[in-house]
Ligand binder design. Structure first.
Ligand SMILES: Nc1ncnc2c1ncn2[C@@H]1O[C@H](COP(=O)(O)OP(=O)(O)OP(=O)(O)O)[C@@H](O)[C@H]1O
Ligand SMILES: [Mg+2]
Length: 237
């Protein structure tokens, strides 16, 4: 039996999540322009290892903005984002982004002219990390993990379907073995069976590998399969 996910709101601070948080948002606000309106306003919550958390909310509520704050691409204009107890604003965020966190963008951001393997291995090269096995071997393992047949390894991205590109984007995000995985609408525009399979990959990453998985979704089915749902309410304009 699947248990219903725990619901959180902008205001509530979930006590269970506070027990073992890997990421903490401490009264986080964000405005795009100085003196402009807050897109994100005074959010306090936390995200745990071993769980899938869905972030839901209407279009324009600030979900993508929240992901860019979590991924260290932007720094909050109020409050702090803490990773393992340390304030991201004072950390080496380049290192954080290349080693601790894997990001799957809504638009994939894959290089269309390069092959599947090249896309994954390029990210491994860019991280500056040392790997204990040949990169190609790791990349082929990752393709298995995202249920993409090995024959796709040498295929150029532009020849792949949307669902296949989504799998490559996940494999690439996993290539540096990050503890936190965040994905913006990873199951948008996919058929039901593919959506379910992609969700299974995320659930395994959390439940079997103990990673912290955070996904933005508009899908009620995906939200219902998560361990925790965080509801983002839009700010008044
Ligand atoms: N670069 C930017 N400069 C100024 N305003 C922005 C910028 N990016 C987003 N916004 C505004 O911030 C608000 C939140 O945008 P965001 O993209 O985070 O929403 P979202 O919840 O991800 O929406 P969707 O479900 O449509 O993807 C919107 O009102 C948007 O217009
Ligand atoms: Mg968005």
């Amino acid at each position: 039996m699947t248990k219903a996910p725990v619901e959180q709101t902008n205001a509530a601070h979930d006590e269970a999540a506070a027990r073992n948080p890997v990421l903490v948002l401490d009264d986080v606000s964000y405005a795009y322009a100085k003196g402009g309106r807050n897109v994100i306003s005074h959010i306090s919550t936390s995200f745990r290892s071993g769980e899938v958390t869905s972030i839901v909310g209407p279009s324009g509520a600030g979900k993508t903005t929240l992901l860019s704050l979590i991924s260290g691409l932007t720094t909050p204009t109020g409050g702090a984002v803490l990773f393992d107890g340390r304030d991201l604003a004072t950390m080496d965020r380049y290192r954080y982004r290349s080693r601790d966190i894997g990001v799957i963008f809504q638009s994939f951001n894959l290089l269309p002219q390069l092959t599947v393997l090249e896309n994954i291995m390029l990210t491994m090269d860019a991280s500056g990390k040392r790997f204990d096995r040949p990169k190609k071997e790791i990349a082929l393992d990752l393709l298995r993990q995202v249920h993409l047949p090995e024959r796709y390894a040498g295929e150029r991205i532009l020849h792949l379907s949307g669902g296949e590109q989504q799998r490559v984007a996940i494999a690439r995000a996993l290539s540096d073995d990050p503890h936190v995985i965040i994905a913006d609408e990873p199951t948008g525009n996919l058929d039901g069976a593919t959506q379910a399979d992609i969700m299974r990959i995320f659930t395994d990453l959390a439940h079997k590998d103990g990673r912290c998985v955070i996904i933005v979704t508009h899908s009620p089915q995906i939200a219902a399969q998560s361990d925790t749902v965080f509801k983002l309410n839009p700010q008044p304009r």
